[in-house]
Design a protein around this ligand. Structure first.
Ligand code: URA
Length: 209
């Protein structure tokens, strides 16, 4: 089990996220607000050092207003537990906050319209690690088209955050090979978190003495 430094400003982060959600609820920057049932803003621990970012709400998420609550969510929860964490310890969000009809792929104009909300969520939570699930979330953070078979399991240091890339859990539900790869990616992600946390602890001890 590795250490997670819990931020002391958890309360204000929670309040800031609540305020942001109130803004997002009224968003009409693309047309998806018209067909959605519920906004899926995101959920989890606002003080977490680890954030997961998926693509867009699906049928169950739209009905419940919560991210990753269907079959892909069950797998994501198991993968998070494989890190030695509980789902409620991390923060989970999506690139799009409203469900695209029939779960079609997000359109570029929808991503452009919704991305500023995600940026503000990331700014408030300020995680050390972001795990992107699938090519859309990797694309919005890295700003390059992502071929998952090349990029999965790799990480990038961007603005002091480690961005770890893996497949979308939904892809792993239908392809055994991807399921094996995503499980291996989570082993690498666990090691990355442990290594970084140990380094940070050493640095803090050195500066303390
Ligand atoms: N797929 C996603 O990308 N996000 C969800 O919340 C659910 C399924």
């Amino acid at each position: 089990m590795f250490h997670l430094w819990v931020n002391m400003d958890g309360k204000s982060k929670k309040e800031d996220l609540e305020k942001l959600e109130e803004e997002v609820i009224n968003c009409q920057k693309c047309s998806l607000w018209k067909s959605k049932t519920n906004l899926v803003f995101g959920e989890g621990n606002p003080s977490s050092e680890i954030m997961f970012i998926g693509e867009a709400p699906g049928y169950h998420e739209d009905k419940q207003g919560r991210p990753f609550v269907g079959a892909a969510g069950k797998l994501l929860t198991e993968l998070i537990e494989s890190l030695g964490l509980r789902r409620e310890n991390v923060y989970i969000a999506n690139v799009l906050k409203c469900r695209p009809p029939n779960n079609r792929d997000p359109k570029p104009e929808e991503i452009d319209a919704c991305y500023p909300w995600l940026e503000r969520q990331i700014e408030i939570i300020n995680p050390k690690f972001i795990c992107t699930l699938g090519r859309y979330s990797a694309y919005v953070l890295l700003k390059i088209p992502i071929n998952m078979s090349t990029y999965h399991g790799k990480f990038y240091d961007i603005q002091n955050k480690l961005i770890f890339i893996t497949y979308h859990p939904a892809a792993a539900l239908y392809h055994r090979k991807i399921l094996e790869e995503i499980k291996n990616d989570f082993l690498s992600f666990k090691k990355l978190i442990e290594d970084k946390s140990n380094k940070d602890i050493k640095r803090q001890q050195l500066s303390f003495w």
